[in-house]
Write a protein that binds this ligand. Structure first.
Ligand SMILES: C[S@@+](CC[C@H](N)C(=O)[O-])C[C@H]1O[C@@H](n2cnc3c(N)ncnc32)[C@H](O)[C@@H]1O
Length: 399
């Protein structure tokens, strides 16, 4: 279902006003692909008819559904792995030590999607920090999308979702089979308070947080919206609290009040101490404590493959737009960024025992942290790959 330019602008403005999500000019096909099923479901023959319905009312369930349809909910358990290792080995031990007297810890997962991220943290807390039993744990997880929040509360995951990032031992320990799906234990579901919150709208009264995960959501906003959200996050963070952003968001122009902390392979952020003078001579900010203190009680390192699943586009000629970072491909900061429209061959390192996979794509979007790809028609609906898409070719030049 094609969409007229005037209707496209209306949808873009609606989505921007209600979610902060900035749909660039390269997202036309994404709007068509995401809204066509909704139009069909409502018995409408065209996207023009759908947009006409939107124009008729100022607000309502249809407006919400359109905005939700334009969110990208890509997520996985223990996404990117190292942030969770850093949490387990460094950040949480330090916060727990500092809060030992108050016996209270406050966490916020600010774009929870279908729940894999907050539940990864919940499993980590349950398995590695038994001392927290008896503490007051405030664990808030929020998202714009009511559909995603319903999924979070249900805690149900299909086989593919379970396979993405969840070690078998954790599946066995924390999940129960439920008619073809897997449900996370009630104890972990009860640990988290799932609430709607639009990061770009008015925020409800929130507590001070010791830890905030706001990962892979700022990338969808424009510069001014990111800055505003980060300023508000700053006000919610305890003076010694820690903020995690997504892997490709660490290089975004951050609010100057945050300083990056490099721990192993991950970067998190803490509020800059206003009393501390900016350092000269490249010494950088004070590091968090080294992980050695916990090494003796740390469980074996997780060893799990990553999986990328790409949903196929709608209809012939339609591609899909995938942030490479979101697919798990880790094509961060390719240097130089290939041009819009450049044709790429991506070589995926397959899971052991499976043949190599190569797919053709063209660059449909450039973001500060990577590139969005449109795959050629006929690309398999789902690709199962091992960790790391290790190389790619652009216009014949192998990197
Ligand atoms: C790509 S997912 C990231 C999920 C998870 N944080 C992760 O890193 O795996 C982005 C999520 O942000 C949510 N989102 C988009 N705009 C939002 C907004 N204005 N306020 C709150 N959540 C929003 C979407 O609904 C989606 O679930």
């Amino acid at each position: 279902m094609p969409i007229a330019a005037i209707d496209l602008s209306f949808v873009r403005e609606l989505v921007r006003a209600r979610s902060g999500i900035a749909l660039g000019p390269e997202s036309d096909y994404l709007v068509e692909a995401r809204l066509a099923p909704l139009a069909r479901e409502l018995g409408l023959r065209s996207l023009a008819a759908l947009v006409q319905r939107l124009r008729e009312g100022r607000t309502g369930p249809l407006h919400e559904r359109v905005v939700e349809a334009m969110t990208t909910n890509e997520t996985s358990f223990f996404r990117d792995r190292h942030p969770f290792e850093t949490l387990r080995e460094v950040v949480l031990p330090e916060l727990i030590r500092k809060r030992a007297a108050a016996r209270r810890l406050s966490l916020w997962c600010a774009a929870a999607s279908s729940g894999q991220e907050p539940y990864s943290v919940a499993m980590l807390l349950r398995d590695h920090f038994p001392e927290l039993r008896g503490w007051k744990l405030d664990f808030l997880a929020t998202d714009l999308s009511s559909e995603m929040l319903a999924r979070c509360r249900a805690g149900l995951f299909n086989d593919l979702e379970i396979e993405r990032g969840l070690p078998a031992a954790l599946k066995a320990r924390h999940f129960e089979a439920r008619g073809g799906t897997w449900q996370i234990a009630a104890e972990l579901r009860r640990m988290i308070d799932f609430k709607p919150l639009n990061l770009s709208g008015a925020w409800p009264k929130l507590p001070r947080f010791d830890l905030v995960l706001m990962r892979n959501v700022l990338i969808y906003f424009d510069h001014a919206t990111r800055q505003e959200i980060l300023a508000r996050t700053r006000a919610q963070l305890a003076p010694d609290g820690v903020l995690f952003l997504g892997a490709t968001e660490t290089s975004l122009e951050l609010d100057g009040a945050f300083e990056p902390l490099r721990v192993g392979r991950s970067v998190c952020f803490r509020l800059r101490d206003p009393a501390r003078k900016p350092e000269r001579g490249g010494r950088g900010p004070a590091p968090l404590a080294a992980p050695a203190a916990r090494a003796s009680r740390a469980s074996p390192r997780f060893a799990f493959p990553r999986f990328a699943s790409f949903r196929s586009g709608q209809g012939p000629g339609r591609g899909i737009l995938v942030d490479v970072s979101e697919s798990g491909a880790r094509l961060e900061h390719p240097d130089p960024l290939p041009a819009l429209g450049a044709r790429l061959t991506l070589a995926f390192l397959p899971v052991e025992g499976e043949p190599p996979i190569e797919v053709e794509a063209s660059v449909a979007r450039r973001t500060p942290g990577g590139i969005g790809l449109r795959f050629t028609p006929g690309t398999p609906a789902q690709l199962r790959i091992a960790e790391g898409v290790v190389w790619w070719t652009a216009d014949g030049a192998r990197r």
